[in-house]
Design a protein around this ligand. Sequence first.
Ligand code: AP5
Length: 221
Amino acid sequence: MTNIILLGPPGAGKGTQARRLVEERGMVQLSTGDMLREARTSGTEMGKKVAEVMDRGDLVTDEIVIGLIEERLAGNHGSGFIFDGFPRTLAQADALGALLGRTGRQLDAVIEMRVDDEALVDRITGRFTCGQCGEVYHDKTQPTAKEGVCDVCGSTDLRRRADDNEESLRQRLMEYYKKTSPLIGYYYALGDLFTVDGLAPIEDVAAAIDGVLKQAEAGRG
Ligand code: AP5
């Protein structure tokens, strides 16, 4: 079982690569962003608060996201967990370490997807996803084969996220640099950090991630 974190700013390609790893390796994607988007549609007071915070581009409280991850760690682990968009603060990183330790698991690699901020505006403002199966597309770099129809499941329910606009993106980036980027040093110090070029074409990023997984699995013996 291999457990990894995909770490990078909004639009780095974490979700795109996580979905591939699920398909190709049978890993389980734990995306706190997806879990929170589910929670916001629940109509509860908590869901409404979460929606406001996300739309502004701020981070949801550590307590809420740690609780979500804790629940999922008790479920199916497939051939390993992919933490996508979690942890995002030092407190979340400490909590993840403790949760993994408590359940007898280890972290095999933290993969930093390094990208240039300028590319992110284009990636985020061009993104759309399938509301049924979650497949991720882009107007220019990853369009559907037939306009308005998901390649994977054939649904016409293609959506854009409420926080995928330039103003929210600037705030999301600010949160990333203030609260999440210190995790790069944190995991480097723990000896878990690997870096891939997130600006490369999707297949090249995938090959680089596969290389990291091989290295991490070999290192574990
Ligand atoms: P979340 O859903 O996690 O969003 P994010 O981190 O901002 O990341 P994105 O989903 O925007 O980008 P991605 O890296 O997955 O890129 P993607 O693969 O889609 O979080 C949303 C919000 O939830 C947060 O702002 C916060 O409020 C809250 N939240 C979530 N987790 C939290 C936590 N732990 N603590 C507190 N709050 C939390 O790719 C983007 C686009 O680029 C796509 O169109 C894709 O087709 C394209 N693309 C991907 N790779 C490439 C490539 N190599 N070349 C060209 N195009 C590419």
